[in-house]
Design a protein around this ligand. Structure first.
Ligand SMILES: Cc1cc2nc3c(=O)[nH]c(=O)nc-3n(C[C@H](O)[C@H](O)[C@H](O)COP(=O)(O)OP(=O)(O)OC[C@H]3O[C@@H](n4cnc5c(N)ncnc54)[C@H](O)[C@@H]3O)c2cc1C
Ligand SMILES: *[C@@H]1O[C@H](CO)[C@@H](O)[C@H](O)[C@H]1NC(C)=O
Ligand SMILES: *[C@@H]1O[C@H](CO)[C@@H](O)[C@H](O)[C@H]1NC(C)=O
Ligand SMILES: *[C@@H]1O[C@H](CO)[C@@H](O)[C@H](O)[C@H]1NC(C)=O
Ligand SMILES: *[C@@H]1O[C@H](CO)[C@@H](O)[C@H](O)[C@H]1NC(C)=O
Ligand SMILES: *[C@@H]1O[C@H](CO)[C@@H](O)[C@H](O)[C@H]1NC(C)=O
Ligand SMILES: *[C@@H]1O[C@H](CO)[C@@H](O)[C@H](O)[C@H]1NC(C)=O
Ligand SMILES: *[C@@H]1O[C@H](CO)[C@@H](O)[C@H](O)[C@H]1NC(C)=O
Ligand SMILES: *[C@@H]1O[C@H](CO)[C@@H](O)[C@H](O)[C@H]1NC(C)=O
Ligand SMILES: *[C@@H]1O[C@H](CO)[C@@H](O)[C@H](O)[C@H]1NC(C)=O
Length: 619
């Protein structure tokens, strides 16, 4: 959502809702832990951290302290109402407010790099698209790490534990857009043909569902899959490990509201006496506690409410579990003396463990959102520029959990490959996880959703976004200073390889082919941005990409798994940090490369398997 839309939204409704609680439930303390030590300390109450905290405390004998730097998610309206989600970040109380360095591949542009800073972490602020990638992605993780436990087949048990399919939220109110759908007796529209129920869990933690509000794009996307079958095939469900093709989006939404790791994992566990949750508790350092098994042990952490506030120390008898995410986790390792010795010395930190892989190999999905002007007024744009309309829709949502605000940003998306005879493959090996994994993604949105670019004051739009799914660029994150409150250096090195540029150019050209058919003739006026409207040559498209691309917020790889004994990597396949004792990492940073998916689904699976690995090991 654009900056001006964001600004309007905040003025309209968010400020009045910003009386967020500073503690979580009556058992949360924003002051001090109640016990003198815990079996486990989980650092970061985000997507994976809450899975770990909830699963470990299923055993009433195990005590866990969960430390979250940000605020509680409770009563934050924009984190509940799906279509308000994009207003939460960047640059808010719910964000770490990071930005990248000037990106040479983006003609020197600096872009926002949001990360959720509240219970639920990025799952409380994300766009809720829910997938887990191709079977080849997980088989590749197994091959790269030498641990067949990461294979797709073995991960099925965690898919069943983590997800619960529920009916979509639409009701008779959906026909207010004149796109009436038939309702089933248990609520929601008839979803036959929109997904394959047998591929999904029905008893897991996170509510997931098909879109709950129809858009004028839906029938046009489906008609195009009929018209242009050779290039764009229909995928009946991307949840079964076969992601190629275009299909219906499944989102982490149930009963019309966001399902985050805070609502789905933490809330049901919150009343357990063996789980203690602290918000406003930023860990500033892991503290070495002597040496065990010949390795430095890190079983204590320091934390504080904010810069300048008193610093407290608390220790685990078992393990410290780092779940601070792909940016927070490598930074905490570095602040604690675990990282590239030369980099650490340059900010005045003594290296305890010299490991140059910490913070390196950052890879992220590039996003380029292309807005198109469309006919009619059934895009969601008018809602966000008409206060009375927005208020009506919020009331409708509050009363019935239906209406356009139950929509996520997309009802359809697709995963596609470059043709096998593409010229790039003459010089570059195919970087996809396998022959059935995509190089790029297409996303259809029924509104102007161009991160960082204000929506025009009038007009109706759709956005077609292209994402680079198998990037070969690798970047890094490192400390700018030994002060844990100083923003870090984040350099994803976007578009720094020939493959990445080639693929984005092909993806944008394919978008234009997709909407060139008769299904769109009565609807699309044309590209809204002049540099796309006038692009003819590959050089024109490349300029368009370099001037407009951003991120879809999926960094991974900065504390990567690698085989035991490898000369690179940060954690072993059981997620224990190499070269130290008492410390594990469970979050997106351990994934060796990007999955063919939006990253929350795979990271929930990392959380589930991570919790199992911890349970299985004796400390
Ligand atoms: C705007 C946005 C939109 C997105 N859209 C989608 C989408 O539609 N679909 C999808 O699948 N993925 C999406 N993603 C990506 C996805 O949400 C993330 O990849 C995933 O949630 C990351 O999980 P994690 O556990 O690794 O980290 P996080 O969920 O970010 O959790 C890290 C937690 O640690 C806390 N923390 C960090 N440092 C410290 C510290 N020093 N002390 C204490 N606590 C700390 C943070 O505050 C946070 O709560 C989006 C992300 C963003 C930001
Ligand atoms: C991010 O910016 C917002 C708005 O300026 C501010 O309220 C918030 O405290 C900032 N977050 C951090 C972690 O500094
Ligand atoms: C939608 O249909 C229901 C009946 O299914 C009807 O009660 C309602 O008035 C209709 N709404 C509109 C806006 O047409
Ligand atoms: C609503 O749908 C009906 C039937 O499909 C159609 O005849 C009518 O023109 C539509 N009205 C509007 C305003 O689009
Ligand atoms: C849903 O649609 C399918 C096929 O179109 C049909 O067989 C089925 O009976 C419908 N289910 C309900 C509950 O209406
Ligand atoms: C999950 O969805 C179900 C069914 O729609 C609903 O009853 C329940 O409240 C939802 N749970 C959460 C945590 O959102
Ligand atoms: C707080 O913990 C106690 C046990 O120590 C439990 O009985 C109670 O339900 C918890 N309260 C909340 C609000 O979670
Ligand atoms: C980055 O990852 C690759 C494997 O994909 C590995 O060979 C390389 O050593 C890693 N680099 C660092 C600095 O860890
Ligand atoms: C959309 O257009 C129709 C027909 O022109 C009009 O009746 C309706 O009020 C418009 N809706 C909005 C939200 O502007
Ligand atoms: C790839 O093959 C297709 C036919 O299968 C052909 O139309 C196209 O021109 C070829 N592209 C290149 C770059 O050779």
């Amino acid at each position: 959502m654009s900056r001006s839309t964001l600004f309007r939204l905040r003025n309209l409704l968010l400020l009045s809702c910003l009386s967020f609680p500073l503690s979580y439930g009556t058992n949360a303390s924003s002051k001090s832990p109640r016990r003198s030590s815990y079996d486990y300390i989980v650092v970061g109450g985000g997507t994976a951290g809450n899975v770990v905290a909830a699963r470990l405390t299923e055993d009433p004998k195990v005590t866990v302290l969960l430390l979250e730097a940000g605020v509680s998610n409770e009563d934050v309206l924009a984190s509940e109402v799906p279509l308000l989600g994009p207003s939460l970040v960047p640059n808010s109380i719910f964000d770490w407010n990071y930005t990248t360095t000037a990106q040479a591949g983006y003609n020197g542009r600096v872009i926002p790099y949001p990360r959720g800073r509240m219970l639920g972490g990025s799952s409380s602020v994300n766009y809720m698209v829910f997938m887990r990638g191709s079977s080849e992605d997980f088989d590749s993780y197994a091959a790269v790490t030498g641990d067949c436990g990461w294979k797709w087949d073995n991960m099925q048990q965690y898919i069943r534990k983590s997800e619960r399919v529920v009916p979509p939220a639409d009701s008779e109110f959906s026909n207010s857009s004149n796109l009436t759908t038939t309702l089933t007796p248990n609520g929601g529209h008839n979803t036959t043909g929109q997904f394959l129920p047998e591929l999904h869990g029905t008893k897991g933690a996170i509510n997931i569902s098909l879109p709950g509000f129809p858009t004028p794009l839906d029938s046009r996307v489906l008609a195009t899959l009929d018209e242009q079958k050779e290039e764009f095939s229909f995928n009946p469900d991307m949840g079964g490990g076969d992601v190629l093709g275009v299909g219906w989006t499944i989102q982490s939404i149930g009963n019309g509201q966001r399902s985050s790791s805070a609502t789905s994992y933490l809330k049901p566990a919150q009343s357990r006496p063996n789980l203690e949750i602290m918000v406003n508790a930023q860990v500033t350092k892991l503290v070495q506690t002597g040496t065990t098994k010949g390795r430095p042990a890190f079983r204590c952490v320091q934390f504080t409410q904010h810069e300048g506030a008193p610093v407290k120390k608390i220790c685990a008898t078992g393990e410290v579990v780092l779940s601070a995410g792909s940016i927070g986790t490598p930074l905490l390792l570095q602040l604690s003396g675990i990282g590239d010795g030369k980099d650490l010395r340059s900010v005045g930190i003594k290296a305890i463990v010299n490991n140059p892989s910490v913070g390196r190999n950052l890879s992220d999905h590039i996003l380029l959102a292309s807005p198109f002007a469309v006919n009619g007024n059934r895009s969601f744009d008018p809602i966000f520029r008409t206060p009375s309309l927005l208020n009506d829709k919020i009331t409708l949502w509050t009363d019935t959990k239906t209406g356009p605000l139950v929509a996520g940003v997309t009802n359809h998306l697709g995963w596609l490959r470059l043709p096998s005879n593409a010229s790039i493959f003459e010089t570059v090996p195919d970087p996809a996880s396998g022959p059935n994994s995509p190089h790029w993604e297409i996303i259809f949105s029924n509104l102007w959703v161009v991160p960082g670019v204000p929506a025009p004051a009038t007009g109706s739009f759709m956005s077609i976004s292209s994402a680079l799914i198998s990037p070969t660029s690798r970047g890094f994150v490192k400390l700018a200073s030994s002060n844990p409150f100083t923003n870090p250096i984040i350099d994803p090195q976007f578009l720094s390889t020939e493959f990445d540029v080639f693929t984005m150019v092909e993806a944008v050209k394919a978008n234009l082919r997709f909407i060139s058919g008769k299904a769109w003739a009565d609807y699309v006026q044309g590209p809204f941005l002049e540099d796309l409207a006038s692009a003819k040559t590959d050089a024109d498209f490349e300029a368009y990409v370099r001037n407009n691309a951003g991120t879809i917020f999926h960094p991974v790889g900065t504390a990567s798994m690698s085989p035991r004994g490898a000369g690179w990597g940060v954690v072993d396949p059981d997620l224990k940090v190499k070269g130290v004792d008492g410390l594990r990492i469970v979050d997106g940073s351990v994934l060796p490369h990007l999955p063919s998916a939006h990253t929350q689904g795979p990271i929930y699976l990392v959380g589930e398997r991570g919790a199992d690995l911890i349970k299985a090991s004796q400390y």
